[in-house]
Every structure is written in structure tokens, then in C-alpha cells.
Design a binder for this molecule. Sequence first.
Ligand SMILES: C[S@@+](CC[C@H](N)C(=O)[O-])C[C@H]1O[C@@H](n2cnc3c(N)ncnc32)[C@H](O)[C@@H]1O
Length: 308
Amino acid sequence: MLYQPVRGNAEATGLCELHNADCTAILPEIPDGSVDLVVTSPPYNVGKPYETRSALDTYVEYQTSIIEECFRVLSAHGSICWQVGNWVDASEIIPLDSIVIPIFRRLGMKIRSRVVWTFGHGLHCTKRFSGRHETVVWATKSSDYHFDLDSIRVPQKYPNKRHYKGPNKGELSGNPLGKNPGDVWEISNVKNRHPEKTAHPCQFPEELVERLVLGLSKAGQTVLDPFAGSGTVGAVCNRLDRRSVLIERAPEYVEIIRDRLGAPRPEARSQVGGEVVLDPSIEDLLSLEPWLSSGAEGPAVPVGIVAL
Ligand SMILES: C[S@@+](CC[C@H](N)C(=O)[O-])C[C@H]1O[C@@H](n2cnc3c(N)ncnc32)[C@H](O)[C@@H]1O
């Protein structure tokens, strides 16, 4: 499938409702059952520029109140996708999905998948295995939910494989439309030189959101992101003909969203699922290891390695 350019000014056309506000102020204004899908990546309480680190209990209480509101605004057939990583403290990790899954279950939601999103790049740890995955928890409000598998199939490993015996002998053994993408998704994270990179420090990739939006909502339906960041959910919804409601507290990120949704993007990727090529710059190709170029003997902990 080809990427369509983002439609003109999504705010002006009403395709996107953008709020520069705290989501705790806006969510109560959204009517019950008016949203079909929530896709979001909340702050992880790890001290990023856009959050104030708090005690874990306080964070869990706060997340619970937001999830309860998302549950209230969700339609009976709707889904919530909560994309999270680890909370880290003194080299101890708490995977945040282990915290949010019980919140969803207490609300009576059903967990349908815990998708492992794996990527090749990240910090190098010295006291534990370097983190190379995060997760998406997909929960549905009821047992009658929308899941359009055909819209998100991926190519079969052996597309021409056929039954070699039995009543279906000679026929294709796999679905010609492709296979279920599974629950381990390898997608580049959005770091420097990624074509989608904006000034926001923690974007999730459009490809990850696209699979969720295509598979779990229909054209014309409404998708909510209460922690919109650079507006990735809005950008994907514009392309796929879904309405989006985006809430972002920081004005500087809202400006990024407006830029991202306000103009056609001829530079958009050309293929769903295509590998994103992170072009190394000429400086990367020519640079020596930092400790060689500085003439120093060598750092105790090489650059890029953190003792998290
Ligand atoms: C992990 S980032 C989301 C990034 C986003 N998924 C993207 O692709 O750009 C979380 C965002 O939530 C915003 N945020 C944090 N607390 C908020 C709140 N209470 N209400 C609205 N936005 C909030 C932060 O400013 C930050 O941009």
C-alpha cells in the first residue's frame, strides 16, 4: 500500500481536534462513548524534559485516573493501546505494562495482545541487559470489538508454499493476502536522521501507530491521543481518514503538531513496512572513536554507554 500525503490543514478541515492543555482538564469534556480507539504513549516517569519525576505510587495513581477517563470516553466496541517502556530507578526496572494491565483488568477490559516493539538502537547499559524493546498493551472494552486483520497482513515467508498432500493438495497453504503480523514488531525507533524525526525527544514511529489504527478502527472513526507529543497519531489518522483528538500540554510540541499536520508531506515514506534507512552522515562515516580523536587514553565508560 502506498503512503498518501497528509491532507492539508487537518485542524481547519475538522479532521483533527487539537488541544494545547493538560489532558486532565480536557478528558472530562469529552462525551461518554464518543471515541473508537485510544492510542497513546504516556510519560514513563523517568525524568524526560516534559515530565516531573514522582514516586511510583503517585505515578500509578495518576495513570489510573487518565485510563479511567479514556475508558469512559471509549465506545462499547472500542480499544485502548497503551505504549510503554520501563520505569527505571537505581538500575532496577519496572516494566510499565505490568502496572497498566491490572488497571485495565480492574475496569473490566480484556487484554487482547501485549505487542513487543523491538528496535535496534538505544542506550548501552553496564548493569543490566540493554533495553531493546518496549510494549503496546491492547485492551478492549467488550468482547465485541473491531479487528480488521486483512488490513494489516504482512507477506508470507514462503508465499508460494502449497499443500503437498491431502484434499487441498496443490493449493496455497498460506493466506494469499499475507499472514498475521504477530505480536513482535521490529520497527526502527525515531532517532536522529529518521525521516519522521521532529524536535520532540520521544516520538513513536508512524508504522507502529499505522498498524494499530488500521487494524483496530474504521475510516471515519475517532482516535484519541491524550499525550500527543509531536502528533504522530494525528499524522497517521490524517492519512488513513480517521478523525483524531490530540491533547498536548507543552506549547512547543503543539507547534510541532501544527507544522506536521498543516502541510502536505511529499517526503512521506513510500511503503508500509518498508525498512527505514537511517542514512549515516559523512561525519559518522569518517569519525574516529571519540577517545582516539581526543588523544585521551580512553574513557572508563565509552560514549553512549550509561550506567542505568
Ligand atoms: C512520550 S511523549 C508522546 C510522544 C508521542 N507519542 C509522539 O509520537 O510524538 C508524552 C507527551 O505527553 C505530554 N504530556 C505529559 N503530561 C501531559 C498531560 N497531563 N496532558 C497532556 N500532555 C501531557 C508531554 O509533553 C509529551 O509530549
